[in-house]
Design a protein around this ligand. Sequence first.
Ligand code: GLN
Length: 385
Amino acid sequence: MPTYKARLDSKLPHAGTSIFAVMSKLAHENGAINLSQGYPDFPTSPRLIELVHDAMKKGYNQYAPMPGIFSLREAIAEKIERLYGTRYDPDTEITITAGATQAIFTAIAAVIQKNDEVILFAPAYDSYAPSIEANGGIPVEIEMDLPAFTIDWQKVKKSISERTRMIIINTPHNPTGSVLTDQDMKQLVELTANSNIMILSDEVYEHMIYDGKRHNSVARYPDLADRSFLVASFGKTFHNTGWKMGYCAGPRELMDEFRKIHQFNVFSVNHPMQKAIATYLKDPENYEYLPGFFEAKRNLFLEALEGSRFSFLPSTGTYFQLLGYGKISEEGDMEIASRMTREHKVASIPVSAFYQNKTDNRILRFCFAKSEETLLRGAEILRTL
Ligand code: GLN
């Protein structure tokens, strides 16, 4: 075994292994039902697989153009305009990425300089803070208010300083399932007007929104679209998280900088997948069913939990449901999540993992992007606790 002997200063001294990797591994080792990491346990569309296969057979097996194939960027521009009203130029304002994770890292790397402050809302998706820190920025975390995980815009106003360069929003929100309202977006417009603050808007769950609510993309608000990187993920929309396909849209000035990093980070992403998704995305039927489809799964899971000792507010977006276990145990959330996986064979995600200071509200996150059978078996166990 080689051993490194010279001095090594970690760029991320506090980062451990991602909680998703930890919990999925534990679930696997214990033969537990895995409601932890967010991915479907049902297949992606056979038609989409056929389209990838066709593209491979037709010879699309070499590098795709650096920003992505034009037909896919065009299909994305049309979809965003039809749904949210802003027209992005497919030539200069959209780039195809290796999932949303790469888009988020690239956007941050492109514009964040040493000691720039970036505001994020906790609980926050686990890649934001390390992406900021690895690029020399300073994460400024604002805790959302329980029980519904709402943002107190007065707190945001107070946290803005001379050095604030970016605000990261995520709607629908992982891990809480909350969504930003029109009022929230207007507050953001007001707070950022005439400032140098950019927005990174993580909208990977744009089609997973329930109870008749509307997705408030930054692309609905011209004053926000003008200063935002909009990030999305095909892995979430088309049930194929393993393909690692996504994109970033933004005004040309931001996208020019984004592509400077993108070209030396990945250069370009999967060519046959891009071909397939370009065709598949043109048919709105391939994603319009998603709110109903996932709302039914949420409802099934919650109905199956009736009579349990967990407490909950129904999730209004994403494919995650939070459950409070305060009436069941005094343990910390890391401890109970681990014990439930080992002893009761159901894996979840402890929400404290999404706070930099590990705030523990005794809440666990459960993924309901699962087959009916998996959800019912999981809920049956949870009812016994
Ligand atoms: N976004 C997924 C989740 O929240 C996991 C992604 C990952 O494992 N990095 O569970």
